[in-house]
Design a protein around this ligand. Structure first.
Ligand code: FES
Length: 104
């Protein structure tokens, strides 16, 4: 624990444009790297609950590979209806490690 942030992965584990599943304080979280920055969203697609971490990044969105629903990395909003939103989590990346803030 580091001011509300918990170490979740090493930087090398989260590749550009790809998803990566991590467990932080009992929560399933999908990490994605886009244009060098890491983003964290809840790892459960609101469509049918599939792991979003199996997906990839396209045009700033995480794409669920199961039926191609897309969620903006910055705020978790579904690209066809912003009332459907995935929780997003703050990220810190320091010294080759990725930390996720979950308020726990
Ligand atoms: S489960 Fe994600 S789009 Fe259907």
């Amino acid at each position: 624990m580091n001011n509300g942030f918990t170490e979740a992965a090493s930087s090398t584990e989260v590749k550009e444009g790809r998803g990566r599943a991590v467990m932080v304080n009992g929560q399933k979280i999908a990490l994605f790297r886009h244009e060098g920055n890491v983003f964290a969203l809840r790892d459960s697609c609101p469509h049918q609950g599939a792991p979003l971490s199996d997906g990839y990044v396209e045009n700033g969105c995480a794409v669920c590979v199961y039926h191609e629903w897309r969620f903006h990395l910055k705020d978790g909003a579904f690209d066809h209806n912003e009332l459907i939103k995935l929780p997003v989590y703050p990220i810190k990346e320091e010294n080759g490690k990725i930390f996720v803030g979950t308020n726990e």
